[in-house]
Write a protein that binds this ligand. Structure first.
Ligand SMILES: Cc1ncc(C[n+]2csc(CCO)c2C)c(N)n1
Length: 235
């Protein structure tokens, strides 16, 4: 096992989740699609498939922050969801644009009008969590920033990032300091909710978190295999 998402000394609900499910973070890191992003060896089709689906995913992810506002007990929580939604709406497209530049298409040209099965399932899972408690919703939303930022921190600490890397812009965005501050804040907010939750809710929170970790791995697999709705027998 490589670098753990949470160290032994860290306390709180999210640190426990990170340690208990470190195997999923490792599987995320070792997936051939992320390896391709590290080595600059992805095909044009794979990059395009990812960008098109991820654009749709980010729209739904931002919508879930709207659900978070609706579930917010006070203005402090509303501000958290509001401010993060504003950042995701603007900033995350930088990461996509660097992938578009790599394959030589505009962001508009990279769009698809349908969701692949895995992207659809991941979105449904997050939206469903938004019909439960704030704690369950935020647990479903946490693996998204945590896996990406953890992977970027690990990669850039092992291999200093060179601007000539074909996916420099993508790695540089997720390795950025601003993103990492947001992740720390999100974990602290979720730790707070977990401390006030009963065992049954905490159990649903963990299940929502684990499902999203699996979906993060499957999202790579979706883009790697160019997943679509063609029935398995090819008809
Ligand atoms: C499938 C998928 N999972 C995670 C991310 C990364 N990501 C999406 S929004 C956000 C910021 C949250 O504060 C981060 C880090 C992605 N692009 N696509």
């Amino acid at each position: 096992m490589g670098v753990l998402p949470a160290t032994d000394g860290e306390t709180g609900f999210t640190a426990e989740l990170g340690r208990r499910h470190a195997d999923l973070f490792e599987a995320f890191y070792q997936h051939p699609f992320l390896k391709g992003l590290r080595e600059g060896s992805l095909s044009r089709e794979q990059v395009l498939h990812y960008v098109a689906q991820d654009y749709q995913y980010l729209t739904a992810y931002t919508r879930c922050y709207g659900l978070g506002m609706a579930l917010s007990p006070d203005r402090r929580w509303m501000r958290f969801f509001h401010d993060n939604a504003a950042v995701i709406l603007c900033a995350e497209t930088h990461a996509h644009e660097s992938l578009c530049a790599y394959v030589g298409v505009s962001y508009e040209e990279a769009q698809a009008d349908h969701l692949a099965p895995t992207a659809q399932a991941y979105i449904n899972h997050m939206m469903e969590a938004g019909r439960d408690t704030l704690g369950v919703l935020l647990s479903a939303l946490l693996p998204c920033p945590w896996t990406y930022l953890w992977a970027a921190a690990r990669f850039t600490s092992e291999t200093p990032l060179d601007p000539s890397h074909p996916f420099y812009g993508w790695w540089d965005f997720y390795a950025g300091r601003y993103e990492s501050q947001k992740l720390t804040q999100t974990r602290a907010m979720l730790d707070e909710l977990a401390a006030a939750a009963g065992p049954a809710e905490r159990e649903r929170m963990e299940r929502a978190f684990v499902a999203s970790c699996h979906y993060e791995i499957r999202f790579w697999e979706m883009a790697w295999s160019l997943e679509d709705w063609t029935p398995p027998n090819g008809s």
